[in-house]
Design a protein around this ligand. Sequence first.
Ligand code: SAH
Length: 367
Amino acid sequence: MGFELTPSTVEAWLREMDEHQLEQLWREADRVRRENVGDTVHLRGLIEISNHCCRLCGYCGLRADNRGLERYRMSREEILQCAQMARDLGFGTVVMQAGEDYGITRDWLADIIREIKRRHPDLAITLSLGERPDEDLLAWKNAGADRYLLRFETSDPDLYALIHPPAPGRTLSDRIAQLKRMREMGYEIGSGIMVGIPGQTYSMVARDILLFRELDLDMIGMGPYISHPATPLARMEPADPRAAERIRLPMPAPEGEQVPNSELMTYKVVALTRLACPEANIPSTTALATLNLAQGRELGLQRGANIVMPNLTPVTYRRLYEIYPAKACIAETPDQCYVCLKSRILRIGREIGTGPGGRRRLTSTVT
Ligand code: SAH
């Protein structure tokens, strides 16, 4: 099979089970990765700054009505200490991620962003804080934030409506429109999907991958969907009963159509995404390491990915950031996490990046 990417060829690759064929796919993804973003693996220090959330996403353990979860929000001082640690360990980027938490106010976070940039001017700042109003996003951009991650999770409008109820008093959200607005504001933008959401079909994932290309994303994150018992999707139920009245979509999808939430399927999506978006920054995610602790991250890096995100969240909070259960590396200190990841990267013959590692855009030569 060739590597021209159309909805039907991408779908055929997703269904491919022949080992020799897949070996070709891994090799091609690895070649395209090397030629476009090189052998450097960039480290993004992840700080999970709060697990409060006002939303009711059907897949996520942080959802507002999960009363079994003890909630936390890191202090300004704790966040600044994590940024310092990122610098001490030589990382070029920190990623501040949280539930959609309006206890994280516009001004409070803008002040923290300014302070990080004052202390560490070369440290890139990425935010991943959900569907915040444009005023917040603009204020944070002006304070010095560089990038924003917001996965669209699935490009299928029906599946999205079933798993992603609107914010209280609002209409169905449009994450793709938000991504476009953030690009206008000057952010580098990242998005992505979960692989194997109940109800997600092969043709949906093929369209997701082609949409990554159409959106010209700077960063693309994808990991296997992992069921969390405190969520409706674990019971194969839609998260939005009102959407379910008008949308008929079987969960899971019929036999032969449902995308498995497997390790192998995630590698296929990573590899095809690299072919669709040669220059994008693509992480080998924690969710992949959760399915295969021994090898998951390395195989991701060898099948298209070029980024890893060591966790800098203080150990006391880490177990509480439970978007899905049994997350990998939950008891490790940031130093241990760094040492482990570094040796994994070097062992597969790759280098560790030192700069911010923004997207490398092709510069046109002026003659
Ligand atoms: N509140 C932010 C950050 C959410 S956590 C936001 O909504 O963007 C980041 C990502 O974790 C989500 O975008 C989703 O793709 C992933 N995630 C959430 N629940 C998951 C689950 N059960 N299995 C796998 N990934 C999950």
